[in-house]
Design a binder for this molecule. Structure first.
Ligand code: GLU
Length: 318
């Protein structure tokens, strides 16, 4: 058990907390729609619900389906962004902005209006640019290996891998993402061939992780870039803060403002129904439930995080 540095807050029993939060959100199991636009995701059981809270002392508290791997989808961008930042530093901002999109995650019109510079790295066009920058002078396969190695090391779990079925779905249903990538290329904002960049983006989105693995992997972002258990300096404190800022302002498609309003934690949603959120100085929490709201954030997952904050006061605005 750990305590946030707030006077008069009693110690929290983390296991009882995640059990209670799972219970709170259980009424919302199966609500919303699974991401049917990808055939492989359409088959996932909508009643799944899991939560994992990784604390700074190395303990991970889980409830429900927290050990079942699911498709990370664009939650993966948070980690690719950490890696790309360490390769190219602030030069990344020549290629992508850092404003909320206020538009759907795959909006083509906005990209055209803004001459091929995506609003932020967490929408699809921005994530594609991040992949391009990560490849740099390497090959697409090397970039994917780097992402996988990073996730395995961060979660302490070598079993993390790519779901090839999802890769296939991403590619066959990928016309809009291909359009975004060609638009970026047309505006001179890709340095590698479109199909190479997309092959990284598709494989990155198709990585499967459980809530337990994801919460553990995201822990460094709650501790200023340093893994509190291994003491590895994963990214510079300033970059960790910036990634958290992007998560807070742009982490949930076109409902990022609503997520900040309701939950008040930096987070990133993926269309597989996962959400990763950081609780600065305390830990990282991952939730998963495949039913999505109209803006593609996990419906029961967001309720679970809302209840977590209600029960603890762990909003960053406290
Ligand atoms: N690979 C996904 C797509 O466009 C990303 C979805 C997401 O999680 O935002 O379809």
């Amino acid at each position: 058990m750990l305590e946030k540095n707030i006077k008069d807050q009693p110690p929290i029993d983390y296991q009882a907390l995640v059990d209670a939060v799972l219970d709170d959100a259980s009424n919302y199991r199966g609500h919303g729609d699974v991401a049917a636009y990808l055939p492989a995701l359409a088959q996932v059981n909508p009643n799944k619900l899991g939560i994992a809270l990784a604390a700074g002392d190395g303990n991970v508290y889980v409830a429900g389906d927290a050990d079942e791997p699911f498709s990370m989808q664009s939650i993966s961008t948070i980690f690719t962004l950490s890696l790309t930042f360490s390769h190219v530093g602030g030069a990344l901002w020549n290629h992508v902005g850092r404003e909320p999109a206020g538009a759907p995650f795959n909006a083509l019109v906005q990209l055209e209006e803004e001459k091929g510079k995506p609003r932020n790295p967490l929408i699809n066009s921005g994530a594609i640019v991040v992949c391009d920058q990560l490849i740099g002078r390497d090959t697409a396969d090397e970039a994917v290996d780097e992402i996988l190695d990073f996730l395995r090391e961060r979660s302490g779990d070598e079993s993390i891998d790519i779901d090839q079925n999802v890769v296939m779905s991403e590619s066959t249903a990928g016309s809009l993402n291909r359009s975004l990538a060609h638009f970026l290329a047309a505006w001179g904002n890709l340095t590698n061939p479109v199909e190479d960049v997309l092959s990284v983006w598709f494989r990155q989105c198709a990585i499967r992780m459980s809530c337990r693995q994801l919460a553990r992997a995201g822990l460094y972002l709650a501790f200023d870039g340093m893994d509190p258990i291994t003491k590895a300096e994963v990214c510079l404190p300033s970059r960790s803060r910036r990634i958290n800022a992007l998560m807070l302002t742009s982490g949930h498609y076109d409902n990022s403002g609503d997520f900040a309003f309701r939950i008040g934690l930096p987070g990133k949603s993926g269309s597989g129904g996962g959400i990763l959120a950081t609780i600065p100085g305390i830990g990282a929490v991952a939730v998963w439930s495949p039913g999505l709201n109209a803006a593609r954030t996990s419906l029961a997952g967001a309720v679970a995080l809302e209840k977590l904050v209600e029960r603890t006061g762990w909003s960053v605005f406290v």
